[in-house]
Design a protein around this ligand. Structure first.
Ligand SMILES: *[C@@H]1O[C@H](CO)[C@@H](O)[C@H](O)[C@H]1NC(C)=O
Length: 407
């Protein structure tokens, strides 16, 4: 797993001697000493910090081998540091979230439904090379169930999405000699941040984030996609390899997007919206992932409706699997959203990871309910999909701190 480190500027000792005058009493710690972090907590004086929350540059605490040491937060026991993050009030933003082309035009006086016409029938999509390193949405090391249940084509029970209906949908890619290799989905949550699943970055690095795409194999598909670089990748600090919790990562784009009909952020369930119970509701999943278990990914964005179940339902079904005790030592609970199809057949699959599950709220606004994380097979009725639950307060607070707080 790739870790993302805080970039520490290393200065020559001559400058550092000057600096010791500017920061009196701050640079006298040795490596491994306790020290005050930039947020005033007690940290450890180190050469570099293992993970960052991306906003604050660590304060300097000492000098060793002509380089500054920095004061790093002490890695948390799961839940300890994040429990301290509680601010989930709606952030001040300059954009309207959760609007798609339909909402855009209706707000300009066009009648609803005049824009999103059904797609004309599409010819079968060309077969795309399956990348060997596409992150398995299934649980590593556990054999897939027989048959899978994904008996129908398209998105595990999905259909081609309407163009511009999901303007927060992101596609994450890595450059390769043959072109961009797409490996995961993501979701635009602000002008400059995309949320995705942490496990997407075990084997791949997001170098390109594509927004506004419909069919990635067709440049004449009527979608005006735009590609962005990635300035920063921030992994959830409590994620533990081998466990299923905290599968979240945030990507900072190299420049802010210009919000428009086909590129526009989704809403997050800030504040009291996070208390809402969405179980039994219909939620829509979008992605370019496999349309069959062990099948091919789709180059045309797919959408599929699933039902949100209680987490306890997933806890019960997954607890029968052999890896359960290792992957979910505290059980499948509030952090995880469980959603699928009572009859099986509608689900996320490989390649959908990191993508959004949204609910449609009053006034047609779309709110992010979950991020595609994992599942046992795809579309199996006894094993609904597992999503990172966006109504879990500590996740909202972490996202707010990283992506919605100006330093
Ligand atoms: C999903 O459900 C919504 C209503 O919640 C409906 O408008 C939409 O057409 C459904 N999409 C599919 C692909 O069934």
């Amino acid at each position: 797993m790739k870790r993302v480190c805080v970039l520490v500027l290393l200065l020559a000792l001559s400058q550092a001697t000057e600096a010791s005058i500017i920061f009196p009493g701050q640079l006298d710690h040795a490596e491994g000493d306790d020290c005050p972090t930039s947020s005033g907590k007690t940290g450890k004086c180190s050469r570099s910090c293992e993970h960052s929350v991306g906003v604050e540059e660590p304060s300097r605490c000492g000098i060793k081998d002509s380089a500054f040491l920095v004061c790093c937060d002490i890695p948390s026991n799961p839940g300890v540091v994040t429990a301290a993050l509680t601010n989930i009030n709606p952030p001040n933003v300059a954009f309207q979230c959760g609007r798609n082309a339909q909402n855009f035009l209706s707000s300009r006086g066009f009648s609803r439904g005049s824009v999103l016409r059904p797609e004309p029938p599409t010819p079968p999509s060309p077969i795309i090379e399956i990348s060997a390193s596409r992150p398995a949405r299934s649980v590593p090391g556990v054999p897939l169930p027989e048959g899978g249940g994904g008996e129908t084509a398209a998105g595990i029970g999905g259909v081609n999405a309407q163009k511009n209906a999901w303007p927060w949908m992101a596609l994450l890619g890595e450059n390769s000699p043959a072109g961009i290799r797409w490996f995961c989905g993501g979701v635009l949550i602000s002008e400059q941040w995309v949320l995705s699943a942490l496990h997407c970055f075990f084997h791949d690095t997001a170098e390109v984030v594509r927004l506004g795409e419909h069919n990635y194999n067709d440049d004449n598909d009527g979608a005006n996609h735009q590609d962005f670089g990635v300035a920063e990748t921030v992994l959830h600090p409590d994620f533990k390899f081998g466990e299923g919790y905290h599968d979240l990562a945030l990507l900072k784009l190299d420049r802010p997007v210009v919000i428009q009909e086909f590129i526009s952020p989704v809403c997050l369930p800030w504040g009291t919206e996070s208390d809402e119970d969405v179980t039994t509701r219909t939620a829509t999943l979008t992605g370019w992932g496999d349309t069959l278990l062990g099948g091919f990914p789709s180059s045309i964005l797919q959408e599929v409706n699933v039902t949100v179940f209680q987490s306890a339902q997933c806890d019960r079904s997954y607890s029968t699997l052999p890896h359960y005790a290792d992957a979910w030592p505290r059980g499948i609970g509030r952090e995880t959203l469980c959603a699928g199809d009572l009859n099986g057949g509608r689900d996320a699959c490989q390649g959908d990871s990191g993508g959004p599950l949204v609910t449609r709220e009053a006034r047609g606004r779309f709110v992010l309910a979950g991020v595609v994380s994992q599942g046992y097979g795809c579309g199996h009725k006894d094993y609904p999909g597992l999503y990172v639950n966006m109504r879990h307060g500590p996740y909202l607070a972490w996202i707010k701190k990283v992506a919605f707080t100006t330093p």
